[in-house]
Write a protein that binds this ligand. Structure first.
Ligand code: NDP
Ligand code: 8X3
Length: 255
């Protein structure tokens, strides 16, 4: 028995990391998955892996850059049937400049993706869910949205915005009912730090030095748990930390 059996789950940023893990975990729960990201070849590999392991699950892949408002509208229109669950996950950090050295292109990419892209996707999907009279949106926030840390101003601001958008949306949808969950993970080892450091794997590895980070599967399990509660309740807010972490600014590292 699974409350997610036969449900349709739309995931942004499903080509790697947390979004990809969500694709597998929702498929394992019997849900059909609609996977979107810019790198379609990676989505194809995820689709093939799901077909092989869960042959009864339907998979749709959509090439989508969430920064493109019109493309987001078209992508959501291309999804047939209900959208029962949205995992609003696509996102990134770029660079670690302090405020006085911020780079325009990094500011634009992070705000355009994490804030504006998340809003474009939310708008299109909430309209759809209001027509359906139900739905569940899982926002991928971060503990970086709770406390700003040095060299993280733009990313922290973007995740602070995710928190604010989540709260506004929850207030706007109480009567529908559309359920809204925000997951705020701490350190999860994915492509996240490799992207943030422009492909420098050594710098990315140093982020997790001396502690055991969470995995994308750890977060995906929680996303699926949140999306499969009884409809009378909503898991509104989840903070997930690696066991050696107390906050975005306090971690215990073995020497
Ligand atoms: P990854 O880099 O592994 O995955 C990021 C995903 O986002 C990729 O699938 C990427 O796909 C997609 N993406 C990035 N930009 C765009 C875009 N413009 N349009 C569409 N898709 C895009 O990192 P994570 O899995 O770690 O990150 C997923 C989410 O989790 C992000 O929102 C991140 O901020 C958040 N998070 C991560 C934490 C961590 O420590 N790793 C902790 C807390 C939150 P593609 O490049 O193919 O478009
Ligand atoms: C990513 C988590 O703490 O590296 O959202 O900013 S952190």
């Amino acid at each position: 028995f699974s409350r997610l059996q036969g449900k349709n789950v739309f995931i942004t940023g499903a080509s790697s990391g947390i979004g990809e893990a969500c694709a597998y975990h929702f498929a394992a729960a019997g849900a059909n998955v609609i996977l979107s990201a810019r790198r379609v070849e990676k989505l194809g590999k995820v689709e093939a892996a799901i077909h092989e392991k869960y042959p009864t699950v339907s998979v749709q892949t959509i090439e989508l850059d969430v920064r493109d408002s019109a493309a987001v509208t078209r992508a959501v229109e291309s999804i047939s049937g209900a959208i029962d669950v949205l995992v609003n996950n696509a996102g990134l950090a770029l660079g670690t400049e302090n405020v006085d050295w911020l780079v325009d292109s990094n500011i634009d990419a992070v705000i355009d993706t994490n804030v504006k892209g998340l809003l474009f996707v939310s708008r299109a999907v909430v309209r759809r869910m209001k027509e359906q009279g139900m739905g569940h949106i899982v926002m991928m926030g971060s503990i970086a949205g709770l406390v700003g840390y040095a060299s993280g101003s733009v990313y922290c601001a973007s995740k602070g915005a995710v928190k604010a958008i989540t709260e506004s949306l929850r207030a706007e949808t109480i009567g529908v009912p559309i359920h809204v969950t925000e997951i705020k993970p701490g350190m999860v080892e994915t492509e996240f730090s490799v992207v943030r450091y422009g492909g420098d794997k050594a710098k990315a590895d140093a982020v997790y030095r001396g502690l055991e980070p969470m995995t994308a599967d750890d977060v995906a399990e929680t996303v699926v748990f949140a999306a499969s509660r009884h409809p009378r309740c909503v898991l509104a807010d989840v903070v997930m930390l690696a066991s050696g972490q107390a906050s975005a600014t306090l971690a215990h590292r073995r020497q």
